[in-house]
Structures are given as structure tokens and as C-alpha cells.
Design a protein around this ligand. Structure first.
Ligand code: S3P
Length: 445
């Protein structure tokens, strides 16, 4: 008998926003106070890196106080652990600083593509060196940068952010990033919030419209098909105080767990509803999930709200195209939902998943196969034959937090025990995940 998930919770604070909060506070003048920072290893690595750059960070259990007073050359290599966001954003931020720095990470991060940031940074005049194959460690020696007009074809927010953070060091001209597939805009929101002169342009058809109670949350960005942002030279950031919202990517694990487990009803409060991150909610709505979204009154740079979901029958769905950057981290958990939905779901244009913490096309297909689901793996995507139930099995996480968490969610609805080879990497993003799942299932954490 599968235990239903019942209750109202907050999820862990947003990882992407915490990285940016600590980095931009380090680049700003004056004091910033970041309330509820994400407590995972990835954000701790970014925090330690800015401390090594001479920034004073005082860590309290529920807030970090960061005093921006310029950066200085680090004495040693900066180790960003498993965090692509930390390493790529920092490389951009350091490109115009007058010193030398080496950035590295764990074996997964040292195998991930860095050419995507090295090329545009070099086009700005940055001096960035790397291992064979343009892999980390990266060596960055600060240089005088020039203007750049850049087309972000990968749809990667990390690349866009690296270029914008390099742009903070421009002495003249501007950087412009154009995106045919708009990616998450946390960096832009926070830059504007801290006083940087940004110009954003959006062109859209409005066909991916989050249905929720208050139409006000349907920010312009959810209607966008093409996007560009420009940052002019001479931007100066001012320290600020604000709260990190709950992580919508973390929320999706419990929301899908409830959607696929009979008898469940879960509410997640205080969670980020940035429209550049809510693609997975649109997909669940298309699958017929019983979803209720209620925005909070606006406060701070990011929209938030609460989401309630109940178990219900799901139908197969097609996921692809311009919505992919809006749900890129949620594909593994949406694949679990698809395995429980009637019919064949198709995930296309998700080749970027092959260069995440693991090759997530392969590891997601492996996860579903281990639980008895028929999947078809392709180069740029996969198909899931859903609706025949999940059985117990042993899942290989490939050292990837999102695969391990997706497997545990699948275990909530499977008709046998689901085990995972290692849960160690869950701590990179969400150290409280297991306890939260247990509480919702009425178990001792
Ligand atoms: C992130 C952007 C995404 C996402 C990652 C976090 C960010 O990567 O997969 O988990 O914080 O900017 P890409 O922008 O490279 O797709």
C-alpha cells in the first residue's frame, strides 16, 4: 500500500537565486543581507569562493550578511564542487577584475562544457585558459573588456549570466544577449533590483500561459518567444536585503510525488513563480493534473506564491521547443510523471540534458527502465510509454542529485521498493529532501 502525501510545506530555498544573491552582493557596494539562502553544498561552494576573493560573509542559520568592498586575488584555486552555476557565473564575474584566478570543481564539473562561456568571454577580450577540450580548471586573468552582441543559442542562463556579469566590468559600450529560447532571468532581475541600468526587450505570442488564480502573476516573461537584454558600461550595484523564495525545482519533486500517489494532497507555500522557471507547471496542467496556483502579493525581485496539487489521472504529453529552458531541470521528474500517465509522452529538444551533472537523457531513461517502464532514447530526447505502473527496482543515480530525488519520488507510487545507489549528492541542492518527503508521507523523518 503506497502512503499518500498530505500536508502543507515550504521547500528548500532557490539554488539559482542564492548563487546570484551571494555573487552580486560580493560585487556590490555596501551591505547585503540574504535571508533563507539555500543550505546545499553548491551554494556553500559559491559562498566560500567569494570569501576567498576577500569578501566578508557572516553566516547565520537563516541569513547571510555580505559586505561588498571589492574583490582581491585569491591565494589558492577556487573549488566550486559540483556547481556549474557557481563556476560559470564566477568566470564571467572575474573576467574584468585585475588579478589571476583558477576555477575548478569535482570530476563531474571538470567534464562539463566550458567552451560555451569561454568563447563569448574571449570575444569580449577576456583572458581565459582551460584544459584540452575547453574543460575546467579554468584560469582567468583579468583584462580590459570590450562590448559584445551575443546570440545565446544553447538556451543556457549560465552563459547569459556569465556574459552579463563580465559586462559589469566594462569601461565603455555595452553587452547585449539575445535569446531565441528565453532562459531563466534571475540575474537580470537581481541586477535591476540592485540598481544596474538594464534594458530588456521581449517579443512573444503568449502561447505558454500559466493558468492561475491571479492573472497578475502572468508576468510578461511567460509570453515571450524572443528576448534580449542589454547592460551598459559603468553599472554600479548597491547592496540590498531580501529573502530567497522556495525553489520551484525542489517543489516539483513533491508536487509530482503527490500527483502520482493516490490519496495525496500537498500545498507548497512561498515558492518562486518566476515565469521563466514554471514550464513544468504548464506541462502538469497539460497532463490534466489537479493544480491550484495562488500568487503572493509582490515583494522583492522575484514573484512567489503557493501551489496545491492533488492526485489524479494524468495523460501523456509532448514537451519540447522554446519551453525547454523553462523546465530544463524538471525533465527527469516530469519523465516520472509521464511514466504514470496514460499514453506515450515525447520529450524533444532536450539534448542539453546530456551535459548536466550527469547525462540526464541516459540517466533518466535508465531510472525508468529500472522500474519497468518502456522508454525510447534518442540523441535529443526520449519517449516514455506510460500508464502501466511502476515496479520496484534499483536505480543508478550517476552521482546526480535530481536523478536520485526523481527515483525516490517514483518510489512513492511504485508497487515495490525503490532503492538508489547513493543519496549523497542530494545534499548539493536540498539537504532536507528526505525528511520533507517522510513528513508528507506521515513517517518519522
Ligand atoms: C541554472 C541554469 C540551468 C540549470 C541549472 C541552474 C542557473 O543551466 O540547469 O541547474 O542557475 O543559471 P543552463 O543555464 O546551463 O541550462
Amino acid at each position: 500500500m503506497n502512503r499518500p502525501l498530505i500536508g502543507t510545506i515550504r521547500v528548500v530555498s532557490d539554488k539559482s537565486i542564492t548563487h546570484r544573491g551571494v555573487l552580486l552582493a560580493a560585487l556590490a557596494r555596501g551591505r547585503s543581507v540574504v535571508h533563507d539562502p539555500n543550505p546545499g553544498e553548491d551554494c556553500a561552494a559559491t559562498r566560500r569562493a567569494v570569501e576567498s576573493l576577500g569578501v566578508m560573509v557572516r553566516c547565520h542559520p537563516d541569513h547571510w550578511i555580505i559586505d561588498g568592498n571589492g574583490l582581491r586575488e585569491p591565494e589558492d584555486v577556487l573549488d566550486l564542487g559540483n556547481s556549474g552555476t557557481g563556476l560559470r557565473l564566477l568566470a564571467g564575474a572575474l573576467a574584468a577584475r585585475p588579478f589571476f584566478a583558477v576555477l575548478t570543481g569535482d570530476s563531474s564539473l571538470r567534464g562539463r562544457p566550458m567552451e560555451r562561456i569561454i568563447r563569448p568571454l574571449q570575444a569580449m577580450g577576456a583572458r581565459v585558459d582551460a584544459r584540452e577540450g575547453m574543460l575546467a580548471p579554468l584560469a582567468v586573468r583579468g583584462a580590459v573588456l570590450r562590448a559584445l552582441d551575443f546570440e545565446n543559442v544553447t538556451g543556457s542562463a549560465q552563459v547569459k549570466s556569465a556574459v552579463l556579469l563580465a559586462g559589469l566590468g566594462l569601461r565603455q559600450g555595452s553587452v547585449c544577449v539575445r535569446e531565441p529560447r528565453p532562459s531563466r532571468d534571475h540575474t537580470e532581475r537581481m541586477l535591476a533590483w540592485m540598481g544596474a541600468p538594464l534594458q530588456v526587450s521581449r517579443v512573444g505570442s503568449g502561447d505558454h500561459d500559466l493558468q492561475c488564480h491571479d492573472r497578475g502573476v502572468r508576468d510578461q516573461a511567460s509570453l515571450v518567444d524572443a528576448y534580449s537584454v542589454r547592460l551598459d558600461a559603468g553599472a554600479e550595484l548597491q547592496g540590498r536585503e531580501w529573502r530567497v523564495p522556495g525553489d520551484i525545482s525542489a517543489a516539483l519533486f513533491v508536487l509530482v510525488a503527490a500527483a502520482i500517489t493516490p490519496g495525496s494532497r500537498v500545498t507548497v507555500d512561498g515558492v518562486g513563480l518566476n515565469p521563466t522557471r514554471t514550464g513544468a507547471l504548464d506541462v502538469l496542467q497539460r497532463m490534466g493534473a489537479r493544480l491550484d496556483i495562488r500568487p503572493d502579493p509582490p515583494a522583492g525581485p522575484e514573484p512567489t506564491g503557493s501551489i496545491t496539487i492533488e492526485h489524479g489521472l494524468l495523460r501523456a504529453v509532448d514537451v519540447g521547443g522554446t519551453e525547454v529552458p523553462r523546465l530544463i531541470d524538471e525533465v527527469p521528474i516530469l519523465a516520472v510523471a509521464a511514466a504514470c500517465a496514460e499514453g506515450v509522452s515525447r520529450f524533444t529538444d532536450v539534448g542539453e540534458l546530456r551535459v548536466k551533472e550527469s547525462d540526464r537523457v541516459r540517466s533518466t531513461c535508465g531510472l525508468l527502465r529500472a522500474l519497468g517502464v518502456h522508454v525510447e532514447e534518442e540523441q535529443e530526447g526520449f519517449g516514455v510509454h506510460g500508464g502501466r505502473g511502476l515496479r520496484g527496482g534499483h536505480v543508478a543515480s550517476h552521482g546526480d542529485h535530481r536523478i536520485a530525488m526523481s527515483a525516490l519520488v517514483a518510489g512513492c507510487a511504485a508497487d515495490g521498493k525503490v532503492t538508489v545507489d547513493s543519496l549523497a549528492m542530494v545534499d548539493t541542492s536540498d539537504p532536507g529532501f528526505l525528511a520533507r518527503l517522510a513528513i508528507l508521507r506521515g513517517e518519522q523523518p
